[in-house]
Ligand binder design. Structure first.
Ligand SMILES: NC(=O)c1ccc[n+]([C@@H]2O[C@H](COP(=O)([O-])OP(=O)(O)OC[C@H]3O[C@@H](n4cnc5c(N)ncnc54)[C@H](O)[C@@H]3O)[C@@H](O)[C@H]2O)c1
Length: 715
């Protein structure tokens, strides 16, 4: 053994070829934390000090190669001054450069995920051999930053400007074929042949058949494009990236700028430019929010992992109701490998459910994401039925029949009689209390809520709802089933609207008051979309369905009369009374026409303004800042109240639910992180400023306390 550290070892194999192996002890994956970087430096020193090593292969002792830098270290690091952050990147790069400069052929064997810093490690090697099972990428922009272990320097020099921009600015994870085609790797081999293929390449270098020094030199020099072509290439890329990323996500554009600025420089100078650019983006609020989001996601997964430990085995599921939601649940369950019985009372509904599932599957086949055999298998694991035969073998049942308490209670009581003792039942209700539905059951402990979002196959969130009598084992099983379906469950306690709708409806209430006070709903939509929402509130209400919106708003008002009842006619109610139900009947706040692809396209409709006139003050322009405050305060304060009332277990879970469930702008991190970004004191002051609008605008006690103590929701 030439070197043995906690994360890196160097061992001499045969013929003067050594193996440098990453294998971080005590962890399931390799990552570049500070300790690994230090260890890597020591390994390089050991290689330099050995006169036996003529060539090197770089490997991993884990299933993955290296997943990237250690993101848990980012929050603290990014809190430092820009100069300190740049220094960190520069120091790491000194180690990477020292490795690159070793005057021996170095070939990396990429066995599994090589992401971010993991791929940058591969780029400092002279050649890259990749297993056909591995995937690689530079996903840093998804955290609001860009590669800073030399990625912006080596990628364009290795694969050209256009490819480098695509890999860095999209942050996409890439398969072996793409990596080989773009020249990011030099060979793709069968997984079992990887080690030998890497050794073979080192041997060819040692035998003088391949000039590894020439290959390495390309990475040390400026880009080779003539100045005019270079400028053109970067200009085209910048415009494209700006358009795709949008102004709310500065990192991809900054990455391109850095690459352009460094294009005429040699490696070391270019690495300085990268470090400075990196420090700048690391200090943006977007980076803070997106890194926070990543950590929150990890925390939620950890919590769920613990919860799901006591889950019952799930081999067979069933869904009651083959409508929009039941059909979607059946499709998703079957797709992810849990066979499902789909029961309805109408033949027609079953046919519709099955034909929707086959349409979705056919799309996957057409896109090459699935073969016909798999499609057949998935379809045959959905069993449509009109009766309860075989229900005694079902482990978990999701009820998704019409939204009516009596019907749901009757259906749940009926199915309880048909199943084995331990079967877990859940309702997909969006507005009815889980505790109330449980009153119809003999074993309420075996029952909970499982609130999916529409369309089920697209929406990542499932709210798992604990009623008063729901057992821990039931919650565990529902969490496990949601995970099995590829969804992100968040466990919440029962209350009107559960978590997501309880927080969303105050936002709609804010919208109603703005329109009442003379705001143009189209202006509100534009401002909120610019703020980062996928769509503004009026458009969102049209998409959700005005009838659904009015019904749910009533449930919320009954549940929280002190702040959610209003003494004026809400614009959504006006639309409802005039049979403007939104997209579903072609008219709501907007009118809907079909675009060329047959999809609904919204157009302005003067009639809406006429209808709103009796309830609205004279139309006037509002400041964007005021619109944002009046829309966001009710949403954010209600999220705080959910935390206060123990509806949700942690700030991380609350924020993730809003991002997964209703598309809260990810670069703002979620309602609670949004409060943090403004500051708890400043946000509480903002609440005071608008408190005259009603109780929804009053700062909750928890916010006041945090503001007084100078605390935030996230450390
Ligand atoms: N549509 C949404 O966006 C959405 C989102 C989240 C939750 N939900 C909830 O999901 C549930 C279903 O909503 P949907 O939009 O799919 O409704 P839907 O009207 O499309 O489907 C309901 C289905 O239930 C069937 N049904 C009625 N009584 C039945 C019985 N006794 N046994 C079996 N099947 C029966 C009907 O035939 C119909 O096919 C509701 O509780 C709704 O609140 C809906």
């Amino acid at each position: 053994m030439i070197y043995q550290g906690n994360a890196v070892s160097v061992q001499l194999l045969d013929d003067g070829i050594a193996e440098l192996k990453f294998d971080l002890q005590g962890e399931s994956v390799n990552k570049f934390n500070r300790a690994t970087l230090e260890d890597f430096q020591k390994a390089i020193d050991a290689i330099k000090g050995s006169d036996q090593i003529k060539g090197l292969i770089v490997t991993s002792g884990k299933k993955v190669f290296i997943v990237g830098a250690d993101i848990t270290e980012f929050t603290e690091m990014f809190a430092q001054e820009e100069a300190e952050i740049a220094k960190w990147s520069r120091e790491a790069n000194n180690i990477f450069s020292a490795f690159e400069d070793l005057d021996i052929p170095k070939v990396v064997a990429i066995n599994g995920f090589a992401m971010g810093g993991g791929l940058e490690m591969c780029l400092v090697c002279d050649f890259r051999v990749m297993s056909e099972q591995a995937q690689i990428g530079l996903p840093e922009v998804k955290l609001g930053i860009f590669p800073a272990f030399g990625g912006t320097v080596r990628m364009p020099r290795l694969v050209g400007v256009d490819n480098a921009v695509e890999w860095i600015a999209t942050g996409a994870q890439q398969r072996p074929e793409k990596a080989l085609k773009d020249g990011v790797v030099d060979a793709v081999v069968k997984h079992d042949d990887l080690h030998n293929a890497a050794i073979d390449l080192v041997k060819q270098c040692l035998a003088g058949k391949i000039d590894f020094r020439a290959k390495r030199q390309e990475k040390l020099e400026p880009l080779t494009l003539p100045p005019m072509e270079n400028m053109m290439a970067f200009q085209t890329c910048t415009a494209m990236v700006m358009q795709q990323a949008g102004k709310n996500y500065p990192a991809p554009v900054e990455a391109v700028k850095v690459m352009q600025k460094a294009s005429g420089m040699k490696r070391e100078e270019a690495l300085d430019v990268e470090a400075q650019g990196f420090a700048k983006v690391a200090k943006t609020p977007q980076a803070t929010a997106l890194v926070g989001l990543f950590l929150a996601d990890q925390q939620v997964k950890k919590v769920n992992g613990k919860v799901a430990k006591t889950a019952k085995d799930i081999q067979q599921a069933a869904v009651l109701g083959a409508g929009i939601m039941g059909g979607g649940i059946a499709f998703q369950s079957a797709l992810k490998g849990t066979p499902i019985i789909m029961k309805d009372i109408a033949d027609k509904a079953l046919d519709l459910g099955m034909s929707e599932a086959s349409k979705l599957l056919a799309k996957r086949v057409a896109k090459g994401k699935m073969d016909a055999a798999k499609m057949g298998k998935v379809l045959s694991s959905i069993r449509p039925t009109l009766n309860y035969g075989d229900f005694e073998n079902v482990n978990v049942i999701v009820e998704a029949v019409v939204e009516n308490t009596k019907v749901k209670q009757a259906v749940l009581a009926e199915v309880e009689e048909k199943v084995a003792d331990g079967t877990i039942l859940a309702s997909n209700t969006s507005t009815i209390s889980i505790t109330k539905l449980a009153e119809a059951l003999k074993k309420p402990e075996n029952f909970g809520g499982m609130h999916f979002f529409n369309p089920v196959h697209m929406m990542p969130l499932v709210e798992v709802i604990r009623g008063e009598k729901t057992s821990d084992e039931t919650i565990a099983t529902l969490v496990a089933y949601a995970q099995k379906m590829g969804k992100n469950p968040i466990v919440v306690n029962d209350c009107p609207g559960f978590l997501v709708n309880r927080v969303l409806f105050p936002y709609f209430a804010g919208f109603g008051m703005l329109v009442r006070d003379g705001a143009d709903f189209q202006q509100v939509d534009k401002v909120m979309q610019k703020f980062g929402w996928p769509m503004g509130p009026a458009y969102l209400l049209d998409v959700v369905g005005i009838d659904t919106g009015v019904h749910a708003a009533k449930v919320m008002a009954d549940g929280f009369p002190d702040r959610m009842q209003h003494d004026f006619k809400d614009p959504t109610e006006i639309m409802f009374e005039n049979e403007r139900y939104g997209q579903k009947n072609g008219i709501g706040f907007y009118r809907y026409e079909q675009d060329k692809k047959g999809k609904p396209k919204k157009v302005a409709d003067e009639g809406s303004y006429e209808l709103l006139k009796p309830i609205a003050a004279e139309r006037k322009e509002f400041d964007a800042e005021e619109i944002i405050a009046r829309m966001m305060i009710p949403m954010c304060t209600e999220t705080v109240r959910c935390l206060e009332d123990n509806i949700v277990g942690s700030a991380a879970e609350a924020d993730m639910a809003m991002i997964y469930g209703i598309g809260f702008p990810p670069f703002r991190g979620g309602p609670l992180r949004y409060i943090d970004s403004i500051g708890t004191k400043a946000f509480a002051d903002l609440c005071d400023k608008y408190a005259h609008l009603g109780a929804l605008y009053e700062a909750p006690q928890m916010l006041k306390d945090k503001a007084a103590k100078g605390e935030s929701f996230f450390a």
